[in-house]
Design a protein around this ligand. Structure first.
Ligand code: FAD
Length: 286
């Protein structure tokens, strides 16, 4: 099934992300976590893509297993470290497996990169290549607080407009902790004529140590209300888990109540987190 059909349906959608292991040693535990999340009957599941390295093929194999388990997969694919030949191989593989949905990404620029050797510069180039290849529903990433590489939000929105013109049929947001930031972003998108469906990405924060670092890298703002929670419960893993899930649940209910029908959870391969969130909104999405 195409992601656009799922997220534009009348009922709210709730989907989850998993990421493949960095080494083959952890493959079984990641697969087990993915299958446990799949058993929660999500609207779809995305599988991230580790650019380069020897494990990028895991994305397709996890996505295939999800499909066998009856869940629509969204396979991420990034291009910054790729060649046109390797992208073609990935597309052939995804097509052979019957995977219909791809999130087309640039990926983070590698530290040791030499610009003249890059075959891709932006996700929009990958999106248009996938569109020309044919047969896939294509999504892209977007950033309610702007991508950290962008000079300003106007140029970021202009780049998004190009990405949509190049074939992205839906967008998934970077995490955000203040829903007003998303509502404002959506208004600016619509004003720029970008009218594809937008899936709201929500990260339940369960680990206080990593969140400040993640936010500073991604340019995501932590609201005072959230900082207080981290300060108060950050040293108590059980309390932080409960508070992080409660905060994310509140965000999700507010999004649905305001007509944002598609919510994607960055579940960090934690089935217990995915399950709690699913339970907390069970009647809302029924
Ligand atoms: P782009 O859309 O290419 O944007 C990158 C920068 O270039 C932005 O500043 C943009 O404004 C600018 N830009 C874009 N197009 C143009 C243009 N035509 N002209 C001028 N400027 C332009 N990373 C992974 O490695 N694997 C994953 O699986 C993965 N999944 C992700 C899922 C989501 C939902 C999100 C939000 C991010 C994900 N990332 C992933 C991280 C992502 O790869 C990084 O944020 C990366 O730095 C940017 O990727 P992008 O596809 O948004 O790039």
């Amino acid at each position: 099934m195409k992601i656009t059909d799922i997220i534009t349906a009348d009922r709210p959608s709730l989907s989850f992300e998993v990421f493949p292991p960095k080494t083959s040693d952890n493959f079984e535990s990641v697969m087990s976590a993915a299958m446990q999340i799949a058993s929660l009957n999500p609207s779809y599941m995305s599988v991230t893509y580790g650019a380069g390295g020897g494990t990028s093929h895991y994305t397709a194999s996890i996505a295939s297993s999800l499909m066998e388990a009856g869940v629509t997969p969204l396979a991420h694919l990034s291009c910054i470290s790729a060649t046109h030949a390797t992208i073609r191989e990935r597309l052939d593989d995804l097509r052979a497996r019957g995977i219909e949905n791809i999130l087309a990404l640039r990926g983070d620029i590698p530290k040791d990169f030499s610009p003249e050797k890059l075959e891709y510069h932006y996700a929009s180039e990958l999106a248009s290549e996938i569109r020309d290849y044919g047969g896939f529903c294509i999504g892209g990433a977007c950033y309610p607080e702007s991508h950290p590489d962008s000079a300003d939000s106007a140029s970021d929105i202009e780049a998004l407009r190009i990405k949509v013109e190049c074939g992205c049929e839906f967008l998934t947001t970077q995490m955000f902790f203040d829903n007003n930031i998303l509502y404002n972003f959506l208004w600016r998108l619509r004003r720029a004529g970008i009218d594809v469906p937008v899936v709201a990405g929500i990260m339940p924060v369960t680990n206080a140590k990593s969140i400040r670092r993640i936010c500073s890298i991604s340019g995501t703002m932590l609201p005072q209300r959230f900082i207080r929670i981290v300060e108060r419960y950050g040293d108590n893993p059980e309390a932080m888990l409960q508070a992080g899930i409660a905060y994310a649940t509140e965000q999700i209910i507010d999004l649905y109540a305001n007509g944002i029908n598609a919510v994607h959870i960055y579940s960090m391969n934690r089935p217990e987190v995915a399950q709690k969130i699913r339970e907390n909104v069970a009647s809302i999405i029924a």
